[in-house]
Each structure stands twice: as C-alpha cells, then as structure tokens.
Ligand binder design. Structure first.
Ligand SMILES: [Zn+2]
Length: 96
C-alpha cells in the first residue's frame, strides 16, 4: 500500500538534483539570478519527469476500440478486474 510519503519522492529527488547542479555552477561564478533560474528549471524538469512514476493512476485501453479505463486508488484485485474488462470485452465500438 502506497502512503502519502511515497508520493513525495519525485519532488525530493528533483530538489536534490537542482541543489547539486546549482552547487556545481557556483564554482564558475554564475550570477545569482541565473543560479536561481537554473535550479528552478532543473527542479521542474526532474519533478515533471518523475511524477508519472509516483502516480497511482493507471490507464488500460482496448486494443481494438477506443475504450479506455482509468483507475485511481483501487485495490489490486479491483484493478485486475478493470484491466481485464478493458482489454477483453464484447461490445467493441468502432474508431471514428
Ligand atoms: Zn474494445
């Protein structure tokens, strides 16, 4: 079971990356405003890259029709049932 703490690791990793990059740039006498912008950009990029990995939302799609099922915060058995429903159902609609 995921806790709220487990969803905090992407911003934590992003903060560490931004701090490390910013610390390295201080060795080159980069102006303070550029350090701030660089740190902020690194934080945003890394946090955005890692956020889907911590997401509790899963999407399953039917391979032959546009049906998709998106599940969030469900038990493993219920998720398996919904995944099976999305991938193996009889009432396929046509793509338009
Ligand atoms: Zn279908």
């Amino acid at each position: 079971m995921k806790t709220a703490l487990s969803r905090l690791w992407p911003p934590t990793v992003a903060t560490v990356c931004a701090a490390l990059i910013t610390a390295r740039l201080t060795e080159y006498r980069v102006p303070l405003e550029l350090l701030f912008c660089t740190g902020l950009a690194v934080f945003a990029a890394v946090a955005d890259l890692l956020a889907p990995l911590a997401s509790r939302t899963r999407t399953y799609s039917c391979p032959t029709c546009p049906l998709t099922v998106q599940v969030t915060n469900v038990a493993a058995t219920e998720e398996a049932r919904l995944r099976e429903l999305a991938t193996d159902h009889t009432a396929h609609t046509t793509r338009s």
